[in-house]
Design a protein around this ligand. Structure first.
Ligand SMILES: Nc1ncnc2c1ncn2[C@@H]1O[C@H](COP(=O)(O)OP(=O)(O)OP(=O)(O)O)[C@@H](O)[C@H]1O
Length: 306
């Protein structure tokens, strides 16, 4: 199967280095989430992989070949970069048929994809009348037209309704399950956590992480325990006695940081503390991501003056 290989890739726009000596490989059979703050270089990297920009140095290849060297590229790589790219005066169906014709893809595939992406009812309307979500679906249909082994989508959930977001999650999982190489950029951490197996994270054009998603979260977010009791005084004393930091919240529940639920359960039981609620709190991708990028964000919010 086909990987995306990025090797010592650098792209400068004038004096600005958008991509800085980047090396990573996107492997088949899994969904790789492509993360990073605004301006980190994600879109530029995708454009370089697609041959839409020339690297200043280094290489970006697909299965060992430059995009420009792939015959009938839609059959190898499907990409959604800019949902506004379709010609507004064409109908959605004609847009796909034109793309199909130039890559010797049968028309029947167009109608199948219009169904699959939920666009069949609006297929004969002009693209300029489409909503953002409809354009997004059209871009995804175009990306899948050639049944490609490699799929790259820049912010695919953008503008999609809740049903569309669930649909794209299932689609990405299916594409990876079929052994395809799937690279998806997003700013939506909950979304990314719902479909990604692996993460590539950029900051200021550099590689910050290239790691399985679960490991990324576990390495950065300490486990916490949520607990509620009718006897907070004893709970506090027991936590203090064992050197554990507990934080009481307004609604009466406590968070115990750097703690495992089994340990807190045993301590509470031994001290005879009545428990109303006891839960392990999993770290989220958002917490892990913010931890990593806190020092990297190009545009961090400035503290407001009082
Ligand atoms: N054509 C261009 N000319 C000059 N600078 C550019 C050009 N394209 C991108 N840049 C700059 O390169 C840097 C990386 O931009 P890029 O769009 O790749 O980031 P990104 O990670 O996709 O950001 P976002 O999450 O906001 O989409 C930014 O500083 C951007 O201003």
């Amino acid at each position: 199967m086909t990987s995306i290989e990025v090797q010592n890739l650098t792209k400068e726009f004038g004096t600005r280095r958008a991509v800085d000596d980047l090396t990573f490989t996107v492997l088949p059979g899994r969904v790789t989430g492509f993360l990073g703050p605004n301006g980190a270089g994600k879109s530029t990297t995708m454009r370089l992989v697609l041959g839409l920009d020339r690297p200043t140095s280094g290489t970006a290849t697909i299965g060992g070949r430059a995009y420009g060297g792939l015959g009938e590229p839609l059959r190898h790589v499907g990409a959604l970069l800019d949902a506004q790219a379709a010609h507004g005066s064409r109908t959605g169906r004609d847009h796909l048929r034109t793309l199909a014709a130039s890559n010797r893809i049968p028309d029947a595939r167009v109608d199948g994809l219009l169904e699959e992406t939920g666009l069949a009812p609006v297929a004969r309307r002009r693209v300029k009348t489409y909503s953002l979500g409809m354009r997004q679906r059209l871009g995804i249909a175009a990306a899948l037209l050639g049944d490609p082994e490699v799929v790259m989508l820049d912010e695919p959930s953008n503008g999609l309704d809740p049903e569309g977001i669930i649909w794209i999650r299932g689609l990405l999982r299916r594409l990876a399950g079929e052994g395809r190489t799937v690279l998806v950029s997003s700013h939506l951490m909950n979304e990314t956590a719902s479909f990604a197996d692996h993460l590539v994270v950029l900051g200021r054009g550099r590689l910050l992480a290239d790691t399985p998603m679960r490991g990324f979260i576990h390495a950065r977010v300490q486990p916490r325990v949520r607990i509620r009791t009718t006897d907070p005084t004893t709970l506090k004393a027991v936590l203090t006695e064992h050197g554990l930091g507990g934080v009481e919240h307004e609604d009466g529940h406590w968070t115990v940081h750097h703690a495992r639920v089994d340990d807190i359960g045993r301590l509470a039981s031994a001290a005879g503390i009545p428990i109303l609620e006891l839960t392990a709190q999993e770290g989220t991708l958002e917490q892990a991501y913010l931890d990593l990028t806190a020092t990297e964000a190009e545009f961090t919010a400035q503290p407001q003056e009082a």
